[in-house]
Design a binder for this molecule. Structure first.
Ligand code: CA
Length: 695
């Protein structure tokens, strides 16, 4: 639900105006400066270390280390860093992208999948593209409408649009070259993932595991947009032929009628690639529903949920898998970044793949065979006491299996994970991995049966926050010895992605709105700048005109910000100020002062119908809280419902049931809610507003 008419209308009108402006800009601006440069291809990405001035793909290289050989900015001079330039963005939701830089041009995607190209040295906007995603689809986002970045190949820029389209743009002009719909638009699929391009094919997955989808990853020809292959992550209806042997094997690990809700298993973040082995790696998310009792009759490992999977890159055929959390039911998506490296372990150099999993364990696998080499907890973990290296399976705490015990249980880490999508970085010089780590325990409350919601989350379990401190920190982890090297503690969780360099630095934005640079060897803070808004995206570093730059997006949002609502203030900042920030040594640009944001709660009187208030609470939790925050206590990203001008007006029903504000991002809930339901939600919000109003 959107609040306040003025807020929503002015937001809608800003969006309309900025859309018109962008279309004009795209048409008027001259082609970019890099039109003559050598096109990006597999050899350029595979040999990215020979051109460290560029940042050609999401994780800089196919191995996704986010380590740059550049050392002009280093631990000796980082205190001289400053803002070179910045650009205000025209969306105000989660900004999650890592900027790409190719031959002097910087490319980003923003919330709602907009794409922009800037001249690195001057900050001049070269072009802007808006895929015009229908804002009412925002309801299908478990975790905000961010986009993690674009991919580049042969003078084209690729973006996975939130509504499921994969779009190729001319890198010089931003004009679309082709567009293809990658999902069934009748189902709640979305895309937030950055595509990668391997052997001339654009690789893209999708999100939706909280709603009811069947996950898969696809490869499209970069020139034509034609589908080359697709690999599903969970089996379909077993009465029909399976797509391949991997699906037939997986089906033996499922029970019940999982395919009716799709089974889940979205591929929504990590993709890496080993050109020598020609193996492509990706992570698979949780199942629909979370509760295994609801999903798979309480039985089975449910392959390939919560797994790391390797495919032969040319055919999309299965090579191996490692399932981190068999029979997963705590939202432990295994999609976090997969870092490839050569590690010396016990005196022997091993070709490894590393992941700091949501479930709290740091995994080191042999990336040729998928064999588990080691796994250790990076934060206190309560759902398992460790990983058995022989079987590769977790040693589970049976009390954590809420769907078997039928009892509520507090679990560490919670669904936000010990590490989420915010990318970590590996520095081969220090041998350390730098992880945006956190601890946010959650109480899982099993319910006998929950109706399937036609719109909104379908978890099969209720959740509650736990009265226990929540934490966020930058963790330097020695992956060869599986132990902590140092940590920097932040105010709270949901801090930004990380980059590290040969200059012995680690750079990370934090949720409180600071951009920080540390010495890579010991975590000593070298420099910091207040950027006004929480930073969650991954930084990149590159060169132009002989100068090294570091770029990052500011813009608070994402799952913790939305569903946490006001509670996310623990991390230090509730403002979304969406910008591209570019730093260099001696930079002298200054951000404009923050404008005050008056906040007035003036709710209608406390409802007399207390039964309706009570009925509204679980409905609010099921349908509203994922975006509008736990218990309607407001947040910083989506307007605070308690301040809505419509709480006292029947126009509330036009919004909630008829989609009056769909173009501002508020979908119609007519398929899920009756007018009585909507009235109950309204009464609950009015009650909360009265309970929490400052007067
Ligand atoms: Ca999930």
């Amino acid at each position: 639900m959107k609040t306040g008419q003025e807020d929503a209308r002015s937001m809608a009108s800003i969006m309309l105006r900025s859309t018109a402006m962008l279309l004009t800009l795209a048409a008027q601006l001259a082609p970019s400066a890099n039109a003559g440069a050598k096109p990006v291809d597999g050899s350029r990405i595979a040999n990215a270390d020979t051109e460290p001035g560029n940042w050609l793909t999401y994780g800089r290289t196919y191995s996704e280390q986010r380590y740059s050989p550049l050392a002009t900015i280093n631990d000796e001079n980082a205190h001289n860093l400053g803002l070179a330039w910045f650009a205000d963005l025209d969306t105000n939701r989660a900004q999650e992208a890592t900027p790409l830089v190719i031959d002097g041009t910087l490319y980003i995607s923003t919330a709602w999948s907009l794409v922009k190209a800037y001249e690195v040295r001057t900050g001049r906007l070269i072009w802007a593209y808006d895929p015009q995603v229908r804002r009412e689809l925002g309801v299908n986002a478990c975790c905000d409408v961010g986009n993690r970045g674009v991919a580049a190949w042969n003078r084209k820029i690729f973006v996975g649009a939130y509504d499921g389209r994969l779009i190729a743009l001319d890198a010089a002009t931003g004009v679309p070259v082709w567009s293809t719909q990658t999902v069934d638009t009748g189902k709640p699929y979305t895309i937030t993932q950055a595509p990668r391009v391997i052997n001339g094919r654009v690789i893209i997955g999708n999100s939706g595991g909280e709603y009811g989808t069947r996950g898969y990853i696809s490869a499209y020809d970069a020139e034509s947009g034609k589908l080359a292959w697709r690999f599903f992550t969970v089996p379909g209806d077993p009465s029909k032929p399976f797509e391949n042997e991997a699906m037939a094997r997986a089906a033996k690990t499922w029970s019940g009628e999982w395919w009716k809700l799709g089974g889940g298993g979205p591929v929504w973040d990590a993709i890496s690639y080993d050109p020598k082995l020609n193996l492509l790696y990706f992570g698979v998310g949780n199942g629909t529903q979370w509760a295994r009792s609801a999903r798979s009759a309480g039985k089975g490992d449910n392959l390939y949920l919560a797994s790391i999977v390797a495919l032969h890159a040319d055919t999309g055929q299965y090579a191996w898998h490692y399932q981190a959390t068999p029979g997963e039911e705590w939202d432990f998506d295994a999609v976090q970044q997969l870092v490839l490296a050569d590690l010396r372990i016990n005196g022997k150099v091993r070709q490894v793949l590393m992941q700091a999993n949501k479930n709290g364990f740091f995994y080191v696998l042999d990336r040729k065979s998928g064999a588990l080499l080691s796994a250790k907890a990076i934060v206190p973990v309560t759902w398992a006491s460790g990983i058995d290296l022989k079987s590769g399976r977790p040693i589970e705490n049976q009390e954590a299996r809420y769907s078997e015990t039928g009892k509520a249980i507090d679990v560490k880490p919670g669904p936000l994970g010990a590490h989420n999508w915010q990318p970590m970085a590996f520095n081969p010089k220090t041998g350390l991995v730098y992880i945006p780590a956190q601890q946010v325990p959650i109480r899982f409350i099993p319910l006998p049966s929950l109706p399937i919601a036609p719109i909104g989350w379908n978890l099969g379990v209720a959740l509650a926050s736990v009265p226990s401190p929540i934490e966020g920190f930058l963790l330097a982890w020695d992956p060869a010895r599986q132990r902590e090297a140092w940590r920097v503690t932040y105010k709270g969780p949901w801090n930004g992605g990380v980059v590290t360099t040969a200059g012995n630095i680690v750079a990370q934005g934090d949720a409180a709105g600071n951009f920080n640079v540390y010495r890579a060897t010991d975590g000593e803070k070298l420099w910091s700048l207040f950027a006004q808004s929480g930073i969650i995206g991954g930084p990149s570093t590159f060169e132009a005109g002989g100068e090294q730059y570091i770029a990052v997006l500011s813009g608070w949002g994402g799952s913790f910000a939305l569903s946490g609502g006001k509670a996310s203030a623990v991390s230090g900042n509730l403002r979304n100020v969406s910008r591209l920030l570019v730093f260099k040594l001696g930079g002298t640009a200054v951000l404009p002062p923050l404008t005050p944001r008056p906040f007035v709660i003036n709710p209608p009187p406390e409802p007399s119908d207390t039964a309706s208030v009570a009925r509204g609470e679980p409905l609010y939790v099921q349908y509203c809280s994922a975006c509008h925050g736990e218990h309607a206590l407001g947040g910083g990203v989506i307007p605070d419902l308690r301040a809505s001008n419509f709480l006292g007006s029947d126009f509330f029903y036009n919004i909630v049931l008829d989609g009056a504000l769909k173009d501002a991002g508020m979908a119609s809930f007519k398929s899920a809610l009756s007018r009585d339901d909507a009235a109950a939600i309204r009464n609950f919000v009015i009650h909360q507003a009265n309970q929490t109003a400052p007067n």
